[in-house]
Design a protein around this ligand. Structure first.
Ligand SMILES: C[S@@+](CC[C@H](N)C(=O)[O-])C[C@H]1O[C@@H](n2cnc3c(N)ncnc32)[C@H](O)[C@@H]1O
Length: 260
């Protein structure tokens, strides 16, 4: 069955999910690691709703250029609307494995939560290396889905749901192998770090509460999971919140590298 589709409904969900303070904080950390400078040309691979593109645009200023590249027309529509006031931004439709740019076009590139959806990692990283100048910097962030801690009273049902959720992407554990992939693609890895998303209480404006809906919708009908299972799973998690024994965390792994 198909992976998560980045259609119009998903674009709206992701816009909401990525506006939560958890992800705002993550973006600030990623931006700090990339350290974009005024006048630089920067690429965001899989730019989605365009929030990071906006921050990059403000960092490089009008003497620089920012390209957001995404394969989803719906995502690009959202990103174009957001960035329309920054004419030095371009939102381009294309695939991470066939970047529509000349060789050495960029000083820096970033990609958050994208390569885990891309089947051909060696091909995608080789093309990323091609479009960066030698010495260009890259920051890649992906989730390792083994890192999820989520307190559910019915653990067996919870694990069935999280197992079905792994169908939403190609590489649920990409961070385990990303450093090697980067090295083989012609990068020197200069930094590895972890950004935990941690929700100690149930609150609608958090990553976990927003994800619950996305996960529930995706897993319904997969691996024998019914709508009733999903309703009960969500009720269980909300009850953890009401009883003050809610706990969620997941790790995002950041790789900083330089094109050699
Ligand atoms: C989870 S979203 C992350 C969006 C954005 N990077 C962020 O962190 O806000 C994943 C994005 O990757 C895009 N994507 C997935 N596979 C892609 C591919 N092969 N080429 C380009 N974009 C892709 C999707 O359309 C979607 O916008």
């Amino acid at each position: 069955m198909a992976m998560l589709e980045f259609d119009e409904a998903a674009a709206r969900n992701i816009q909401r999910l990525y506006s939560t303070p958890d992800i705002v904080r993550q973006r600030a950390e990623v931006l700090g690691l990339l350290a974009p400078q005024p006048g630089e040309h920067v690429l965001d691979v899989g730019s989605g709703p365009g929030f990071l593109v906006m921050s990059l645009a403000d960092a490089v200023g009008s003497s620089g250029a920012v390209h957001g590249l995404d394969s989803s027309a719906s995502m690009n529509a959202v990103a174009r609307e957001l960035t329309s006031s920054r004419p030095w931004v371009s939102i381009d439709e294309g695939d991470a494995t066939a970047l529509p740019y000349p060789d050495a076009a960029f000083d820096a590139a970033v990609s958050t939560q994208v390569y885990e959806y891309v089947a051909d990692i060696p091909g995608a990283l080789a093309d990323l290396r091609r479009v960066l100048r030698t010495g260009g910097r890259v920051v890649i962030l992906d989730t390792n889905w083994d890192s999820v801690v989520w307190h559910a009273a019915d653990r067996e049902r919870h694990l069935r749901i999280m197992t079905a959720w792994e169908e939403h992407l190609v590489h649920p554990r990409l961070p385990c192998t990303l450093a090697g992939h980067l090295r083989r693609a012609g990068f020197r890895v200069t930094g590895r770090s972890v950004i935990p998303l941690f929700n100690a209480a149930y609150d609608v404006d958090t990553y976990s509460a927003q994800s619950m809906t996305v996960i529930g919708r995706f897993v319904t009908g997969r691996q024998g999971i019914t709508a009733a299972d999903v309703d009960a799973w969500m009720a269980d998690l909300r009850e953890r919140g009401a009883e003050d024994d809610y706990l969620f965390s997941v790790n995002r792994y950041c790789f900083v590298a330089v094109a050699q």
